[in-house]
Design a protein around this ligand. Sequence first.
Ligand code: PLP
Ligand code: COI
Length: 354
Amino acid sequence: MTETLDIKLTKTSQSRLEQTDFDNLPFGRTFSDHMLVADYIDGEWKNFEIVPYGPIAISPAISALHYGQAFFEGIKAYKHADGTVTIFRPDKNAIRFNKSAERLCMPTLPQEIFVQSIAAVVDIDREWIPTKENHALYIRPFMFATDPYLGVTPSATYKFVVLVGPVGPYFSKALRVKIETHYTRAAEGGMGFAKAAGNYGSSMLPARKAAEEGFDQLIWTDAKEHAFIEEMGAANAMFLLDGKLITAEAKDTILDGVTRDTVIALAKEWGITVEERKVSVAEIIEGAKNGKLTDAFGAGTAATIAPVGSISYNGEEYFLSDPETRAFSKRVFNTLDAIKYGTTPDTHGWNYVV
Ligand code: PLP
Ligand code: COI
């Protein structure tokens, strides 16, 4: 049985919609008029409310700030030409949300409550959904610990918040990426599979160092040997090698991406062999040298399908084919777009209609 969520609504008296420049939407800087907030108190979720977007009062002692008891999700909503509003596969994010919660000793949220919460914010701010190509309404659900207590122990109280905002593309050109051989994003037994805030905090120094060397993104490798490819920045790394789609298997150091899962499903339908396995740096570099690596891209909600232009490893840069000529990633990109924007039938049931 589906529980229906009771959400109190306080609408803003001053919409910022008219002042928003929809022709200039860098990722993650514009927020809509409203947000959803809810509290976990005395072992249950309560006080679901949609309120005007704005600051939240918190104690400076919360363990989210001191010990990183915080995680998030990233999802997108789209407006079709006929005005229909859909959210792409929010059920998958609901499942991952709860995996993150469990890993961080935080409370889970019933799947339908998660989906109804985000749909409610999207619904109230549906005028904020951009209709331009490659644009969407980005949905950022997150949870953080709110006990004002400095002991290293799980908080008893939490806040669940959903922000939404119109976004343009995260990347605007083919990426110059570097295979990281010193820093590590995630180790076995760690929390790489969770969308924990701390995973992103720890990625910033290596990412900044790489940016100073002129790279757009890092390819993360395994913590033990730096010999196997894991992910690409905040996206899953996917390759077409020798005609096969290969990507790291979704084990505990890998974020089990919704886009990754979607690309794999499409590739299988198109009769392409898919291998989810250890992907060695050596085979990728060899493929880049001998031309058998015909496609490489990052797959993610923010990143969408982000083509890799060149891969650098141990000081050598290997250039891949012109992304415009890559049949596979172009087909994936176009098919995904057509489903998300409703120009092709959604035969997989991936679109949640708001
Ligand atoms: N890997 C990492 C580390 C990410 O941050 C993301 C972004 O969400 C992904 C992979 C891709 O996941 P998804 O396709 O669900 O957005
Ligand atoms: C997403 O793709 O939704 C992400 O979470 C990436 C983000 C860290 C910008």
